[in-house]
Write a protein that binds this ligand. Sequence first.
Ligand SMILES: NC(=O)c1ccc[n+]([C@@H]2O[C@H](COP(=O)([O-])OP(=O)(O)OC[C@H]3O[C@@H](n4cnc5c(N)ncnc54)[C@H](OP(=O)(O)O)[C@@H]3O)[C@@H](O)[C@H]2O)c1
Length: 288
Amino acid sequence: MEKRVLVAGASGALGLEILQLLKEQELPVRALVFSEDGASKVAPYTTDVWRADASKGEEAIGGITRGITHIISALGKSVSLFTTKGSSFEDIDFKGNQYILEDALGNEVQRFIYISIKGADTATEYEIAKVHKMFEDNLRTSGLDYTIVRPVGFFSGLNDLAIMAKRGIIPMVGDGHARTNSIHQKDLAEKVVSLLDDGPNLIEVGGPKIHTRKEMAEMLQEVIGGKIVSVPEKLADWGMILPEIISSNMADKLDYFKHITSHDMIGEKTGKITFRDYLQSLDINKLP
Ligand SMILES: NC(=O)c1ccc[n+]([C@@H]2O[C@H](COP(=O)([O-])OP(=O)(O)OC[C@H]3O[C@@H](n4cnc5c(N)ncnc54)[C@H](OP(=O)(O)O)[C@@H]3O)[C@@H](O)[C@H]2O)c1
């Protein structure tokens, strides 16, 4: 069968970078997206687009892996504090991926690459980590050839901090000594696509430079401005900084945000783009 790749979550920050690389390799691609906006973002890369709510299962995505040999899934509920659309992390990250896996097992899919999250195994008291781990476990025992990629935070995810900096406040959880090597989604996509045909069952991926959260806050301040402040613990206090947070699922996002920013989150050093490069490439006028 001709090689054909299903990219789930194709219109996301990571998904779009993956589409770009697969296009350069001239590989036929099917893209799964949720929204109309998502469908328009993937249009330059493929005409084989499924727009569906993966969490609805068979009725929405039955047959999605027919004719597919490889799956890359970057399908998940947005972890951004500024996005409130869609249903729960369990419905999207777990059930959505589970329905794709079940469909794959009935077709001729050879390999499944799943984008999980750093902390999926160690921070399962948090909903986001827990649901990624639930799917990891099912993929592991499915019988399919697979690689699970657990990335640290993407630079696109740090856009939230850039927005807050523009609004005048850079929140820093705890003493800011926790370290991470966040990664540009383009560098991560390169790693993911390099695993298309073969790879280890599990890889934890980070960017080229390790920084403390305090160093990152200082870089944000230097490039965008804003005052570095210790994060208040109470959700209500967050509401003063970010009016958008008063919604369901937001507590899950904030809990995990607080966790990752107060614990070391370090993956295998990968790629070239640094946090400073990323900040300097942002068009600050376009931040909300
Ligand atoms: N961002 C980070 O810092 C980070 C760090 C580690 C791991 N991860 C994980 O990596 C994955 C990709 O992250 P990302 O930041 O690239 O995500 P993203 O930008 O929020 O994109 C999510 C993608 O999933 C699609 N989607 C959402 N709900 C759907 C549904 N019900 N049915 C079908 N498609 C749906 C979206 O489609 P539309 O665009 O049409 O809505 C979009 O293509 C996620 O699983 C995330 O948990 C992210």
